[in-house]
Design a protein around this ligand. Structure first.
Ligand code: PEP
Length: 257
């Protein structure tokens, strides 16, 4: 079983100074926690300060996006080459990027392939809209999105997939643990079809969408959920610390080691 992972997506929040302070605080409060990998994903401009604040600790750093080219005429964009050395992870295909910046599965696929080729660990987000779930299409939508996002990916080593139902993000309306488990199990089956059972077992599949200290235990104890992608609660040091600590002590049921 892979080590669970809790990633904090700070989105477009925190000044550079606030980001360094939050990272420093979490470094202290999470110092003694083992058995969980922790990744902080601040805005680009704070990556360097956050990386410095975490230097020598076990906490990793991630970006919230990247371009699929290494350099060129892409005003305002940030390339994988620029991220290397600053962070180890990169969130790709977050629903806010898909919704507000017209990112398609094809674009996300180019980014995933580029991140893997560059040595960055992608945290690939997939999830259905409320209308999809209401129409009973959640499995079809997530399957199609995952397949397209992973097209031509040969070895998923270092890939993380986050199931994030769009209706649960930032709404306070988390999925039930049964809904999340069912979708994460589906994702693992699809990973097994493409990469084989062993790779699928070793790939972390996270749940994201209104994760809090109160509900993380339910999610983290599901057999196919290997941790969480946390938005709002990751900006609160106390809540995020509790989420990580609870994950460290949660025992997934029914999953072979
Ligand atoms: C997210 O931004 O990926 C997310 C899951 O946000 P929240 O935890 O606030 O729902």
């Amino acid at each position: 079983m892979p080590t669970p992972l809790i990633a904090g997506n700070w989105k477009m929040n925190t000044t550079i100074q606030e980001a360094a302070q939050l990272a420093g605080h979490l470094r202290g409060s999470l110092g003694g926690v083992s058995g969980v990998e922790v990744v902080l994903c601040p805005p680009y401009v704070s990556l360097s300060e956050v990386a410095m604040a975490l230097q020598g600790s076990a906490i990793k750093v991630g970006a919230q996006n990247m371009h699929y080219e290494d350099k060129g005429a892409f005003t305002g964009e940030v390339s994988p080459q620029m991220l290397l050395g600053l962070c180890q992870y990169v969130i790709l295909g977050h629903s806010e990027r898909r919704r507000d910046f017209a990112e398609t599965d094809a674009i996300v696929n180019r980014k995933v392939r580029k991140a893997l080729a560059s040595g960055l660990h992608p945290i690939l987000c997939v999830g259905e809209l409320l209308a999809d779930r209401q129409a009973g299409r959640e499995e079809a939508v997530v399957s199609a999105s995952l397949r397209a996002s992973l097209e031509d990916v040969a070895v998923p080593r270092s890939l993380v997939v986050a199931y994030e139902p769009v209706w649960a993000i930032g709404t306070g309306l988390a999925a039930t643990s049964a809904q999340a488990q069912a979708m994460c199990a589906l994702i693992r089956r699809l990973l097994a079809q493409q990469f084989g059972a062993e790779e699928a077992r070793a790939t972390r599949v996270l749940y994201g969408g209104s994760v809090t200290p109160a509900n993380i235990k339910e999610f983290a104890s599901q057999p196919d959920i290997d941790g969480g992608l946390v938005g709002g609660a990751s900006l609160n040091a106390q809540q995020f610390t509790e989420i990580v600590r609870t994950t460290a002590s949660a025992r997934p049921q029914g999953r072979p080691a």
